[in-house]
Design a binder for this molecule. Structure first.
Ligand code: ATP
Ligand code: MG
Length: 389
């Protein structure tokens, strides 16, 4: 190459640790970036020495591109960078030009020398370019906590220069992991739990239990909106809408009040397991957080989980409510979750739910229920919706 070039330089971590899988992870991330940027004016996305570069066009909408990249799991950080040839004169000039765009009093140069044959050591480049900038701009070098850090990455072929790093979500690219089925209410917790699993590369389907016509359609509408939002992070989603009211009604008539919630949940898990098995999902995901509400004591979690052989992932198990709320705000689910809705469980919730489920008692109550036919019917009446980015 003979000229300088504007592009976006994308870094990932973790992927580097994946040994033989590395190529697959990189290709998945590359393809996810392409999908997320569909329809925008831009150049190709290329893999290059443990980085990904996105070439830009003069009319590329930088703001939109930055927004989209911020949500792609697997990206540790990215920068608007300039690519130049490996010549110290050009490196100096470019670093100076990059620095000039910012307002700062103190700065440092951080050089990463990936190409060990480059004739100057990292420290020498730092000092050379630092001195050049200091002479021309009224700024001082400060190694710890400077206003501006100018990064110089020297690779086998070119040099990348940039002064700002934007954080991505980190984690692993969606599509590199396996599938799981997430139990999604329209509350605050389960969307955040879902996001955390997507961030780990797991592709999710969703199941929502509703109690229509006893509740209004808001829980369903909110849930669909949440799935639409979460689909931004994984490109494609399936949502199962399960009519739960007949099961609830039967439980209400035939089980002691304090055990109702536990029984509802056991049936939710059974139905979810059937759907998970049908589509090859290897785990269930819930938004449970230990001790948050009566049904989330360890004794009750044990009594509920007993009905499924699938592992149940609870990414929020150890989180506090305020931490969950912060995350919900960050990923954009908060405003949808706090919309008023009638939850299937809040409508039929007893005043004094059991906090210490006794398994023997649960078994005895269940043995009296006649839900086989209702369960089959419920599965038959389940509605399936797909969402695409
Ligand atoms: P959330 O904020 O996610 O609604 P919660 O604090 O209200 O959770 P619970 O009502 O005990 O807690 O529900 C625990 C978990 O069970 C939820 O996080 C979700 O994964 C699942 N769940 C509860 N209700 C439903 C529902 N109607 N449809 C699907 N999953 C549900
Ligand atoms: Mg809830």
């Amino acid at each position: 190459m003979n000229d300088t070039e504007n592009l976006i330089l994308i870094h990932y971590h973790e992927i580097g640790l994946k040994g033989k899988n590395r190529g697959r992870f990189e290709r998945q991330l590359q393809s996810n970036i392409n999908r997320a940027l569909k329809g925008l004016s831009r150049g190709p996305v290329q893999r290059l020495y443990g980085r990904i570069i996105l070439k830009l066009k003069p009319d590329s909408p930088i703001g939109v591109i930055r927004d989209r990249l911020t949500g792609i799991s697997g990206i540790a950080n990215f920068s608007e960078a300039i690519r130049v040839p490996k010549e110290i004169e050009i490196i100096r000039e470019t670093a100076w030009a990059v620095a000039q765009k910012a307002t700062f009093e103190s700065f440092r140069i951080t050089t990463k020398r990936g190409d060990k044959s480059f004739p100057m050591l990292s420290e020498e480049v730092n000092r050379d370019v630092g001195a050049y900038i200091q002479e021309r701009l009224n700024a001082r070098v400060q190694l710890v906590g400077p206003d501006l850090t100018c990064y110089i990455e020297i690779t086998q072929e070119d040099v990348f220069i940039y002064a700002e790093k934007v954080s991505g979500p980190g984690g692993l690219p969606v599509g590199t992991g396996e599938r799981a089925l997430s139990l999604l209410s329209s509350g605050l917790d389960s969307p955040v739990a879902s996001y955390k699993m997507i961030k780990r590369g797991v592709r999710l389907s969703f199941v929502h239990f509703h109690s229509q016509p006893y509740t209004n359609r808001n829980s369903q509408r909110n849930t669909e909106e949440l799935v639409r939002l979460l689909t931004q992070y994984q490109f494609k989603s399936t949502l199962y809408l399960v009519p739960f009211v007949e099961i609830q009604r039967h439980i209400m008539r035939n089980a002691p009040e304090n055990y109702r919630v536990i029984l509802y949940r056991r049936f939710m898990f059974r139905i979810a397991e059937t759907q998970a098995n049908q589509e090859g999902a290897l785990a269930l995901v819930t938004g449970e957080s230990v001790g948050q509400v009566a049904s989330q004591t360890l004794a009750n979690i044990k009594a509920i989980e007993e009905v499924t052989l699938l592992p149940v992932l609870r990414p929020l198990a150890g989180d506090n409510k305020d931490e969950i709320i912060d995350e919900a705000r960050r990923i954009g689910t908060y405003d949808i979750s706090i919309e008023p809705y009638e939850d299937c469980c809040s409508v039929f919730v007893p005043k004094h739910p059991e906090t210490r489920a006794d398994l023997e008692k649960v078994h005895k109550i269940e043995a009296e229920l006649e839900l086989d036919e209702i369960l089959r019917q419920t599965l038959r009446q389940t509605e399936v919706k797909t969402f695409k980015l």
